[in-house]
Design a protein around this ligand. Structure first.
Ligand code: FMN
Length: 150
């Protein structure tokens, strides 16, 4: 069983609802899960040593920008961490395909972690608000499949 930190970027709460659903599913499977709704670098550094796993769940705001709850963490990972080859992570990106930069924040996070030599577990789950009314329901099957990869 794994220790999993869920790092949330949200404006209106949809990503937090997805994160809480993920927590429920993963805990039922025996994992130890903590949700960080305003994650700090200190929180992050408990999950990047290779033993643990980070799951990022973030929406986009502005023009593909990161929500305020997770933007400071993104900057610190960029400025302070630099290289984290032991990190294993998953990513759920919420967005709306009517925006030019669909799920831009999630994509930027993924690009940053890839640049820092981290390993993504599974494909990114993209959730499009145009097509999906209840993202936390929609995400369930992806979360169950993702858990199989841990
Ligand atoms: C002002 C505003 C800007 C947004 N900008 C983007 C964007 O650039 N790209 C995108 O894919 N979605 C964008 N969205 C859509 C949100 O990311 C989407 O509705 C998401 O489900 C919100 O999740 P949250 O409640 O966790 O913040 C925007 C929404 C608003 C209201």
């Amino acid at each position: 069983m794994s220790k999993i930190g869920i790092f949330v970027g949200t404006v209106y709460g949809n990503s937090l609802a997805v994160a809480e659903t993920a927590q429920e599913i993963l805990e039922q499977q025996g994992h130890e899960v903590v949700v960080f709704d305003e994650p700090t670098l200190n929180d992050w550094q408990h999950y990047n040593s290779g033993e643990e796993i980070a799951l990022i769940v973030t929406s986009s705001t502005g023009q593909g920008d990161l929500p305020d709850t997770i933007a400071p963490l993104f900057s610190e990972i960029n400025d302070v961490v630099g290289y984290q080859p032991d990190l294993r992570y998953g990513l759920i990106a919420l967005g709306d395909s009517s925006y030019e930069s669909f799920c831009g924040a999630g994509v930027r996070f993924d690009e940053l972690l890839a640049e820092q030599s981290a390993t993504r577990i599974g494909d990114i789950l993209f959730i499009d608000a145009i097509e999906v009314d209840t993202p936390e329901e929609y995400a369930k099957s992806w979360i169950e499949a993702w858990a199989e990869l841990l």
